[in-house]
Ligand binder design. Structure first.
Ligand SMILES: Cc1cc2nc3c(=O)[nH]c(=O)nc-3n(C[C@H](O)[C@H](O)[C@H](O)COP(=O)(O)OP(=O)(O)OC[C@H]3O[C@@H](n4cnc5c(N)ncnc54)[C@H](O)[C@@H]3O)c2cc1C
Length: 426
């Protein structure tokens, strides 16, 4: 079967690889010069199935609005939001009901666990090196945060997630670089969870997909898609806004993996998908190497629960990532969001990094209001979607790619695909 994949972020690359491995003729269209150039470029790299959860959660609305005036609020609205986002926020609020939240959280956790399985099998076969480290620790500053985290332990264990609550001093043994001047009441430790370089993985897997016959057309921007038995697409080649060539082509199926930008292609086909961009930021800096202090930096991945900021060890660098911003200009870096990242880094690992060499980045989480991504056939003939992975696209990518390939081949899926149906928004 001849299949077009639109977008070569982590979701497009894993999808192209799966489809090529299953014997399809795959052509990938990517508007940039390389894979993982947008949201998959510098994310936190965390793959923690027990923490792959919907942002639509009970009590979340109150939490968001009560922190809005704090200088280090995890959520920020800009450029007319939240008013421009009211329909999306209304759906998000409705999906925050306890029963809906639990169903979505379980579905997302199962897909993330499956994703880990698929990725580990690929690792064994392909021997890919993407700076993988084991261990995820959720830092809990206050007794109330600890109590909430401890209450989730039975659910985590029921889902088969290995997790343990540690007091502050036990946590500091596992992460000896943690600053003892910052109060730490406890931590949830998930020893099987992982952190790795998403962008590097995308580059390595692209090479493997290419070896299996997938063709990657870079600098190709898809301008429209026409559904049908033989869906067709139009593309422009060259620098954005200044194309030097254009053309069209038909396929047996088209898979949209265009992340937050998929909406522009879906709207003319009347496919209803409430996809929005929730911006996040990261800073990446080289670790300071001091022979007499080998443990200045993080050993694996951590999450500051109060500020919702992740601190990750990526090779010989430390990456700090977080903030959720709705609205605003894509290229504008919000100084307040970056200040929060530096504050969290300074609180926990004050001497670990070389901040004068830090690189700042902003990316758009492709977010659906209820949580699970959409994986499967859309209402438009011949058009498939693997979209809307929000804050967990790296953790979910290998599993959702395999799920999509199984659905196209009309094979049973390893994880129930119902919760991920693109038709659920109709
Ligand atoms: C600060 C931050 C931290 C994060 N941390 C984590 C984490 O720790 N763990 C985790 O699992 N996830 C994390 N995420 C989320 C994760 O990065 C995303 O879910 C994931 O990268 C989405 O991948 P994608 O392939 O769908 O989108 P993208 O990576 O954005 O890829 C979409 C691609 O489609 C291309 N494209 C779009 N439209 C067209 C078109 N018309 N024609 C041709 N090409 C097109 C784009 O150029 C782009 O390359 C984080 C995100 C942010 C912002």
């Amino acid at each position: 079967v001849k299949i077009a994949v639109i977008g070569a972020g982590i979701v497009g690359v894993t999808t192209a690889h799966e489809l090529a491995a299953q014997g399809h003729q795959v052509v990938v269209f990517e508007r940039h010069a390389a894979v993982a150039s947008e949201t998959s470029f510098a994310n936190a790299g965390v793959m923690a199935p027990g923490y792959v959860t919907p942002w639509a959660a009970p009590g979340m609305a109150w939490k968001v609005f009560s922190h809005l005036l704090s200088p280090h609020t995890p959520v920020r609205f800009r450029g007319g939001a939240p008013f421009t986002q009211l329909p999306w926020l209304w759906r998000w609020l409705r999906a925050s009901r306890t029963k809906v939240y639990h169903a979505n959280r379980s579905a997302m956790c199962s897909l993330a666990q499956y994703s880990t399985e698929v990725r580990h099998a690929l690792d064994q076969r392909l021997n890919l090196d993407y700076e993988l480290r084991k261990g995820y620790m959720v830092l809990l500053r206050k007794p109330s945060e600890s109590a909430k985290a401890q209450a989730t332990l039975p659910w985590l264990h029921e889902m088969g997630v290995s997790a343990k609550w540690l007091d502050g001093s036990q946590a500091r043994v596992l992460e000896p670089g943690l600053n003892d001047a910052t109060a730490l009441h406890g931590a949830l430790h998930l020893p099987q969870d992982e952190v790795g370089n998403c962008r590097q993985y995308a580059h390595l897997l692209r090479a493997e997909a290419h070896r299996l016959g997938a063709v990657f057309r870079f600098h190709h921007s898809v301008t429209s898609v026409v559904p049908g038995q033989q869906p067709a697409l139009q593309w422009e080649h060259g620098a954005e806004g200044n194309p030097t060539e254009s053309g069209g082509e038909s396929f047996d199926a088209v898979v949209l993996c265009a992340g937050a930008q998929a909406k522009a292609l879906l709207q003319p086909m009347r496919v209803a998908l409430p996809l929005t961009s929730v911006w996040g930021y990261s800073l990446t800096a080289p670790l300071r190497l001091e022979e007499q202090y080998p443990d200045l930096g993080p050993r694996a991945a951590l999450m500051d629960e109060r500020y919702k900021v992740a601190i990750s060890r990526i090779g010989m660098r430390v990456r700090v990532a977080g903030s959720a911003e709705m609205g605003g200009a894509p290229n504008h870096m919000n100084a307040a969001a970056l200040r929060t990242l530096y504050k969290v880094l300074h609180d926990w690992f004050p001497a670990a990094a070389l901040p004068q060499q830090a690189v700042h980045w902003k990316g758009a989480r492709p977010m659906l209001p209820d949580g699970p991504p959409v994986v499967g056939a859309t209402s438009a003939a011949g058009i498939w979607a693997n979209l809307g992975h929000g804050s967990s696209g790296w953790a979910l990518s290998c599993g959702s790619a395999r799920m999509l390939a199984d659905l196209i081949a009309q094979r049973p899926t390893a994880v129930d695909a119902t919760a991920f149906s693109p038709l659920r928004f109709h």
